[in-house]
Write a protein that binds this ligand. Structure first.
Ligand code: 4NP
Length: 162
């Protein structure tokens, strides 16, 4: 995988609306990094502008809380040019948003861009399905995929920085 770097990592998770999948990824990754003693900056954003300034979807807040993570303070924001300077790693939640990130990347960007599920052996190239039009079980399934992937990411960063 092509995401090794010597810099202290700063990680951005990106979905479409920044109210369901990427806030869950941000929360799950932050918790796993804290538990592992990994010093890392983390944030999330959306490629779309529909939900700028709005809190995460109540179903995302609920499933995160059920797993011991509070994401309620998050507010939607849109991916912007500075993100490509501030973050060493940008993980897309699905292939459509991966394409959206790549299309916005300035030529000078050094940020490593990949799909989140590339972090799980056997899941490379796969998307975390958009749960927005689904029900609570879809959010639970999302959390399960996202938290597995973010735990792998934390292990990878820990090894890299050891
Ligand atoms: P997310 O989910 O990209 O995981 O935050 C969505 C949230 C909102 C919409 C679509 C997906 N929407 O169409 O408003």
């Amino acid at each position: 995988m092509q995401w090794e770097t010597n810099a202290e990592p700063a990680v951005l998770f990106v979905c479409l609306g920044n109210i369901c999948r990427s806030p869950m990824a941000e929360g799950a990754f932050r918790q796993a990094a804290t538990d592992a003693g990994l010093k890392v900056a983390v944030d999330s954003a959306g490629t779309a502008s529909y939900h700028i300034g709005t809190p995460p979807d109540p179903r995302a807040i609920k499933v995160a809380r059920r797993h011991g993570v509070d994401i309620a303070q998050g507010r939607g924001r849109q991916l912007c040019e500075q993100d490509f300077e501030q973050f060493t790693h940008i993980f897309a939640l699905d292939t459509a948003n991966l394409a959206g990130i790549e299309a916005r990347a300035p030529r000078y960007s050094q940020a490593k861009v990949a799909l989140l599920l590339d972090a799980i052996d056997g899941c490379a190239g796969q998307s975390v399905a958009d749960p927005y039009y689904g029900d609570e079980s879809d959010f639970e399934e999302c959390w399960s995929q996202i938290s597995r992937a973010t735990e792998h990411l934390v292990e990878r960063f820990k090894r890299q920085m050891a």
